[in-house]
Write a protein of this length. Structure first.
Lengths: 676, 327
């Protein structure tokens, strides 16, 4: 009965303290854990433990064991957690700091939550925390998890508006699931048609997750990348995929050498003309995983017409903004080289600059230069010497730590990874004034046979060199091909020793083809993730305009508006039909059903039941008209009224059967009587 | 509400009905009727404060999605937006199709609450949750319509003046399921509740002291006539003790005296003091007292005359007469 006092809408009529329904509280606590859990990977343990502590306290309050924290305790908690955020060493304006504070605020609000307004705040914060997680990870797994979390949070919101005595977590959960499910079609419409626009202002970036190739490289740096099977990017090619040895994905050009470290210096844009070039070369689309950096990986001599993608002076492509979520760009390889113009004086000076370390290799370079005056001959000679001398290709070379590390590698250690060889080669070339530079990126990739896309992982990271040859431009030279040709042709697994392979993880090994079954499973998962990226995560401004152009023809605000209205109306209409249709399908008592069927049949013979005639009265009248005796009508019919108007009367199946057969017999007799 | 007839006291217009225009508009839109079925014609729906805050959250998320170019943040924002829109259907559906009937009223006295019983009936196939009804300044009551197909809710409204009282439009609302939207309606169930005057209690006017055989004992501790003898109880006046009988036995006996008055009490304006309203209040008090003491009483007021009688029904008749006198 209407016994509960309501305080909704500010009508706190008689000052009865509002209590959040206990089941809602329970759901809220579950929601908190569910929502905070994924942050374990991103945030410092400090924050997580503050959150858990608050959760524990709330739990105790819920159980009635502890009281709400005292104001001093709360103040202490606030200081501790803000201090925790500071100590944890994330930047003051970084995304992590913001997320940490969000989680802390969330946990602290939970602990002091008493009124309905507090509950709303906690629920809204939960929604926010769910969305924030996607700034760190947008994979399908995380998305499915967060959809579940969203349902739990919504269930808590539902519970707030159910009769206190009626709130059951499962009931609320069921309703919340139905709501979310019914909201999905509309979500899809909005997702497809809502115009995506460019960022409005600069935002703090997540500090974590900067795996991948850095703009500073020390020999041996790429070896750690080789141990990671993390995804770098996926590529969809328009035509058939060239052999791996052709797939040099250029990301960075390292022109500056300083004390053993190579740095990427050239960041100048070559203007907006990233789209210059012909339209006949190989076209491909890259879906780059977040790198938090601006450089993009493309095949040499590629250009792109996508907005937000620029070409640099050193013949690379860069994004306008750091890549924070899956970034997709289309590019095309031009048939003609794009950097054959003469070197400017500045470029020449930069691309030949070295310091005066590593005397031995400089001497060696001088000797070679004298023997081979032609640049290409000289390159061949260096590669030959790598091929003939006992050089080794390994993930774990000795550490070359002296200031003459290149000498150490070239003459003493003779074991190294791609960057060792590329670095030494560039140094050697520059020592005799030949412009050369190191290039970092990825080599090869694996074709996923299910979706036919190319997958490039961190272990495909590679470093090579480019040499300037007058008249021909920058030519690619890969010294690794001299020491480990199988790396170029078959991928890294073929090039590594079994000892090196043993240091790699199970998954990495499986991906590289060690275990067929696991490898297949991983490829299958990859193809799903690829489709997810293709259609959901990578649904950006460029892709949207292409997709909508295909769908709607010419794009205009009116058309998009109409599409949103039409699609939204349709999806809401379907929900409305589902919701309001049920009204007609009234659940009927079996007796009523039987009687209704009887009446319908009789109406067919011309016996209409008069309005306000009782069921048994109707049967009796008809029986009298036809001339049937009371016995022929049957005893149960007399009880029809009691039966139909007192749904509480318990009727067993046997009685029901009897009634049905009596009605049928009667119907038959009446039909017979009527025909006579 | 003007057709309600004599002496219908309308509640002071609340700010909700401050506008005459709104008042007229809603009179036309939802005309008064003792039974109303809620449809899209008479159900209104609008976001609550929480709903607007939710909208703010969505805008915030979209801004974040734009700046971080994160598709799935867009996704969350759109899902919440779609949830909001779907909730419109749910909230509306929760109220639409309900039938409201006034099943009874119980009169009350000025300054106290009158009781109105309102039956809320739903269709068999659609359980409702979180239906609340009440008057704007009263306490909202929940109707339980999850398992039951109908629920009778008793609502209380404070009455201001005697006479027929129109409690005004009843607010029926729901925030279900997410509290982001409020669906509501103002229905006038043509309720007319009789409000009795506020009683003022006083002694019976000591009108006539009748003969012993005609009168009725009303005040057993009065002191006019000897009435009975009984054993002493502490507190009896000492002068009533029969000392002579104490001399014969050890029991203390006392004499009892009582007043005999005119047994049939006539309530008339002349017999009480004060202005008209006060007189009516005093008569009301007397009527209540008379019933409690099981005395016969009648009423003579203005042109109407109710012969003496007893019991609840009689009382109600007299109270009604008093409530409507002069209106």
């Amino acid at each position: 009965m209407g016994s509960d006092v309501n305080t909704q809408g500010g009508r706190d009529a008689i000052g009865i303290a509002y209590q959040i329904p206990r089941n809602t509280l329970a759901l809220l606590m579950v929601a908190q854990v569910v929502v905070v859990l994924p942050y374990l990977l991103q945030l410092s343990p400090w924050i997580i433990s503050v959150g858990l502590f608050c959760g524990l306290w709330r739990m105790k309050v819920y159980q009635g064991r502890w009281d709400y924290p005292h104001r001093l305790v709360k103040a202490l908690l606030v200081f501790a957690s803000v201090g925790g955020v500071v100590i944890s060493g994330v930047g003051a304006f970084s995304l992590e700091a913001a997320a940490s504070l969000l989680i802390v605020a969330f946990a602290l609000k939970l602990i002091e939550m008493k009124s309905r307004r507090d509950a709303y705040l906690v629920i809204f914060l939960s929604y926010f925390v769910i969305a924030t997680q996607f700034l760190f990870d947008q994979s399908l797994v995380v998305a499915s998890y967060q959809l579940g979390a969203l349902i739990v949070v919504t269930a808590a919101l539902v519970g707030l508006h159910q009769l206190h005595t009626r709130v059951r977590p499962l009931v609320s959960l069921k309703l919340a699931s139905a709501l979310v499910l019914q909201a999905l079609p509309l979500t899809l419409v909005l997702f497809l048609f809502f115009p995506r626009i460019a960022p409005l202002w600069t935002v703090p970036l997540p500090a974590s997750g900067t795996t991948g190739i850095s703009d500073e490289v020390r020999p041996g740096d790429f070896a750690s990348l080789a141990q990671s099977d993390e995804l770098a990017f996926r590529v969809v090619m328009e035509a058939s995929i060239p052999p791996p040895s052709q797939l040099y994905w250029r990301g960075l050009v390292y022109s500056d050498f300083d004390n053993g470290t190579w740095r990427a210096a050239e960041r100048r844009r070559a203007g907006v003309a990233s789209g210059a070039g012909d339209d006949t070369g190989l076209a491909y689309e890259v879906m780059l995983e977040p790198t938090m950096r601006t450089w993009l990986y493309v095949l040499k001599n590629s250009s792109s017409r996508d907005t937000g993608v620029y070409r640099t002076l050193d013949n690379r492509l860069e994004a306008r903004d750091p890549v924070m979520s899956v970034f997709r760009y289309r590019a095309r390889v031009n048939r003609q080289a794009m950097d054959t113009t003469e070197l400017s004086a500045t470029t020449y000076l930069r691309e030949t600059a070295i310091d005066d370390s590593n005397p031995r290799i400089r001497d060696y370079a001088e000797q070679l230069r004298q023997a081979y005056p032609d640049v290409e001959d000289m390159v061949k000679a260096v590669l030959d010497s790598i091929r003939q001398d006992p050089f080794a290709y390994t993930l774990s070379p000795p550490l070359y730590q002296s200031s003459d590390s290149i000498d150490e590698f070239w003459f003493d250690g003779r074991a190294g990874f791609c960057t060792h060889y590329a670095g030494a080669f560039v140094f050697l070339m520059r020592a005799v004034g030949i412009p050369a530079r190191m290039v970092g990126g990825y080599l090869g990739g694996e074709v996923n046979s299910i979706t036919g896309h190319l997958v490039v992982r961190q272990y495909d990271a590679h470093g090579w060199a480019e040499v300037w040859v007058a008249g021909r431009g920058w030519l690619r030279v890969d010294p690794t091909s001299a020491v480990a040709p199988e790396r170029i042709e078959q991928g890294i697994r073929a090039a590594l020793s079994s000892a090196d392979l043993a240091t790699l993880s199970v998954f990495t090994n499986a991906r590289m083809g060690k275990w067929e079954l696991l490898g297949d499973a991983l490829r299958w998962a990859d193809s799903i993730e690829h489709r997810w990226n293709l259609w959901v995560v990578g649904y950006d401004t460029n892709f949207q305009s292409r997709f909508l152009q295909d769908l709607l023809g010419e794009l205009s605000p009116t058309r998009i508006g109409l599409a949103i209205l039409g699609g939204g109306g349709l999806s809401l209409g379907v929900v409305a039909v589902v919701l309001f249709w049920r009204r007609r399908a009234v659940h009927r008592h079996p007796v009523e059903k039987a009687f209704r069927r009887f009446c319908d049949k009789l109406a067919g013979y011309g016996y209409e039941r008069r309005p306000q005639e009782s069921p048994s009265g109707f049967v009796r009248r008809i029986a009298a008209e036809v001339g049937l005796t009371e016995a022929q009508v049957g005893g149960l019919v007399a009880e029809l009224d009691t039966l139909l108007y007192n749904p509480g009367v318990a009727w067993g199946t046997r009685e029901l059967q009897a009634l049905r057969s009596q009605l049928r017999r009667l119907q038959f007799r009446l039909a017979f009587g009527a025909s006579r | 509400m003007a057709e309600a007839g004599i002496g219908v006291a309308e509640r002071p217009a609340k700010e909700l009905f401050a506008g005459k225009r709104f008042s007229r508009w809603i009179e036309q839109r939802i005309p008064p009727s003792p039974q109303i079925t809620l449809t899209q014609r008479n159900v209104f729906i609008f976001p609550t404060g929480t709903g607007f805050a939710f909208g703010g959250l969505i805008v915030l998320l979209i801004l974040g999605a734009i700046n971080y170019q994160a598709s799935l943040v867009y996704g969350v924002a759109f899902l919440l937006g779609a949830l909001f829109l779907v909730t419109i259907l749910y909230t509306f559906r929760n109220l639409s199709g309900l039938r409201l009937e006034l099943v009874g009223v119980r009169p009350g006295f000025v300054g106290e609450d009158v009781e109105l019983s309102i039956r809320v009936v739903r269709e068999a196939a659609r359980p409702r949750e979180g239906i609340q009804l009440g008057w704007p300044d009263g306490i909202m009551q929940w109707a339980e319509l999850i398992e039951q197909e109908s629920d009778t809710v008793k609502l209380y409204v404070q009455a201001g003046r005697r006479g027929y009282f129109d409690p005004g439009r009843l607010l029926v609302e729901t925030y279900f399921p997410l509290g982001l939207l409020r669906a509501w309606t103002w229905v006038d169930l043509s309720a007319r509740v009789l409000v009795y005057p506020k009683p003022l209690f006083q002694e019976f006017p000591q009108s006539v002291s009748g003969r012993r055989d005609e009168g009725q004992l009303i005040d057993p501790v009065g002191s006019d006539d000897f009435h009975d003898i009984r054993t002493y109880r502490p507190g009896d006046p000492i002068r009533h003790i029969i000392w002579r009988s104490y001399a014969r036995s050890d029991d203390l006996m006392v004499k009892q005296y009582a007043s005999y008055v005119e047994p049939r009490l006539w309530l008339r304006l002349e017999t009480v003091d004060g202005d008209l309203e006060e007189k009516i209040s005093r008569l009301t008090g007397l009527a209540l007292k008379a019933v409690r003491l099981e005395r016969e009483f009648g009423l003579e007021i203005g042109t109407s005359r109710i012969n003496p009688g007893q019991g609840e029904a009689h009382l109600e008749q007299i109270l009604k007469e008093l409530a409507l006198y002069g209106l």
